[in-house]
Design a protein around this ligand. Sequence first.
Ligand code: ADP
Length: 190
Amino acid sequence: MLNLVLFGPPGAGKGTQSQKLIEHYGLIHLSTGDLLRGEISQGTELGLEAKKLMDEGLLVPDAVVIGMISNKLDANKNAKGFIFDGFPRTVAQASALDDLLKSKKSAISGMIALEVNDDELEHRLLLRGKDSGRSDDANPEVIRKRIKEYNEKTAPVAGFYKDQNKFKSINGIGTIDEISAGIDAVVTSY
Ligand code: ADP
């Protein structure tokens, strides 16, 4: 199986590059942000709880997102592999993901990090907020909170994969195709 973790701060381009990876490798895309927004639009209890945190730019509890990922892994038993987008976002999530994959006799192939500076991120998210309809993209204060959560809780996840020799970083500034070519070069090496 080819199991990729696409990593980077909010606005780094993970969603855009996930679409490219789906086209190139036929992987199943698992975005915890999309799964949570799905729960919100269906008005589930989980969605209602998650929305409060997401609107403040805070992370949703580990147990909630780990449970959602576990369900999706079970529901796609014959997949060629997965792209994890926006997950794992804490070291506890990364460790839980290793355990889940191990129980399926699989593992993460590698993490690919998209590097983009904070000023560019804020600019991209505000632009996206104008037409995405995502309330968390429209408010500069919430954007800064998300970047702060990322730096405090999510950035250390890179170290988790560096320790396993599974970390590669790519410049996330450039055209979509340039960045996609950089990612493909890494994936081909797996
Ligand atoms: P972005 O990466 O642009 O912030 P996402 O769609 O990945 O967008 O996430 C939106 C929000 O959903 C996050 O700010 C957070 O509140 C919540 N969320 C998504 N994935 C996770 C996760 N793995 N752990 C905790 N919270 C998450």
